[in-house]
Write a protein that binds this ligand. Structure first.
Ligand SMILES: *Cc1c(COP(=O)(O)O)cnc(C)c1O
Length: 400
């Protein structure tokens, strides 16, 4: 075994923290310690023969950065190792990861079952665009397993879910869903954006494919938009083939940022989770608060499942204030420290009113069915000092 093979083997067997810092690194002849950023669209070949062999795939190596780039590949190998998947394909955004998965693995006439509480744009992608190409989707309540089962049709090929759900922290049993999917000859796709591989590894629980919006916790500092699909090689080869043909590719610059994000991911996820737990417990007894949604609270209906399935409960919580939409808006407008923005997974705490922003494209009926009430506020807890965060929430409470 040469040095490189030996190193790869050690990393494949290493713990997540080690993989997060070292997996996938391809050193150039310069011997750089930090991963190099290969900002190049194409690659030169030694000869006409070598060019031909690269194009045909006989000779391994890079051809064009629409589908291979060393920096992007390093990111792919690192996140694949951390999720425990055979292969990863990086994409230009989280939405591109979901789109690429569906286009690569489905055909006209196929059917998807999807949890109703997925990211809003995922719903639009499935309902408005995939349906144009003959792929229909049935949406079901996230934790209604009878409804999931009842929604399966002969042509169902893919089950798509997100756990914990946004913004109510419902937890879906991945093991149970994997068994249901495989019984029906379907693939189970899990959007692991809220937990990241640090808190939850869906592939180990039986899921076939994991998708991420790298934009959120993988970056962790709100700089870049990106996504990734992870799974078995047979499926990823199809996704990669779609990337080569369609090009929703991750830029090497963004891949480099995400690589640096992965190195601190565990420390950040632990800190986000601790802070969110603290804030959730502090909010519960406040007089202005009607209800707090956070799976880390023992009162949450899915608390036991979350404690089994996840290493911690994550950084996102939501709560209903006493009053209506106007009260929720007054709460938000009275804060001075946190950012009013829909993004999450950032070192900076964010606050948003889901009913009029992230979930405003749902009809009122759909919104109420999903539990997105007018007095609901979502907070994605960042890394500021918890005392300052509580003081800011107090400003909100005082404005109710
Ligand atoms: C943000 C998000 C997406 C979409 O990702 P983009 O990078 O914004 O395209 C998909 N799923 C979840 C759960 C998200 O939070």
């Amino acid at each position: 075994m040469n040095d490189r093979d030996e190193r790869l083997k050690i990393l494949a067997d290493a713990q997540l923290d080690t993989q997060a810092v070292r997996a996938g690194q391809i050193r150039s002849q310069e011997g750089e310690h930090c991963e190099a950023m290969f900002l190049t669209s194409s690659y030169v070949f030694d000869s006409a023969r070598s060019a031909a062999e690269r194009f045909s795939g006989e000779e391994p190596g890079n051809v064009y950065s629409r589908y291979t780039n060393p920096t992007v590949r390093t990111f792919e190998q690192r996140i694949a190792a951390m999720e425990g998947g055979e292969q990863a394909v990086a994409t230009s955004s989280g939405m591109a990861a979901i789109l690429s998965t569906c286009i690569a693995l489905l055909k006209s006439g196929d059917h998807i079952v999807c949890s109703r509480s997925v990211f809003g744009t995922t719903t639009v992608l499935l309902n408005k665009f995939l349906s144009k190409f003959g792929v229909q989707t049935t949406f079901v309540a996230a934790t209604d397993y009878v409804a999931w089962q009842a929604a399966l049709q002969d042509n169902t090929r893919l089950l798509l879910l997100e756990t914990p759900s946004n913004p109510l922290s419902e937890i879906i049993d991945i093991k149970k869903m994997a068994a249901m999917a495989h019984e029906a000859d379907c693939l189970l796709v899990v959007d692991n954006c809220f937990c990241t591989p640090v808190l939850q590894q869906p592939l180990a629980l039986g899921a076939d494919i994991v998708v991420h919006s790298a934009t959120k916790y993988l970056d962790g500092q709100g700089r870049c938009v990106g996504g990734v699909v992870i799974g078995q090689q047979v499926h990823m080869e199809e996704v990669l083939s779609f990337m080569r043909s369609a090009g929703p590719t991750m830029s090497p610059f963004n891949a480099w940022i995400f690589l640096k994000g992965l190195e601190t991911l565990r420390l950040r996820m632990e800190a986000h989770s601790q802070q969110a737990q603290h804030l959730a417990e502090w909010l519960v007894p406040q007089v202005g608060i009607e209800k707090v949604y956070y799976a880390g609270l023992p009162s949450h209906p899915d608390h036991q499942l979350a404690a089994r399935q996840q290493k911690a409960f994550g950084g996102v919580l939501s709560f209903e204030v006493k009053g209506d939409k106007a009260a929720a808006w007054r709460f938000i407008d009275a804060t001075r420290l946190v950012s009013i923005t829909a993004n999450l997974g950032d070192a900076k705490t964010t606050i948003i009113h889901p009913a009029t922003t992230t979930h405003s494209r749902l009809t009122e009926d759909e919104r109420l069915q999903s539990g997105i009430t007018d007095n609901l506020i979502r907070v994605a807890v960042g890394l500021e000092d918890i005392a300052d965060l509580k003081a800011d929430m107090e400003r909100g409470l005082n404005a109710l």
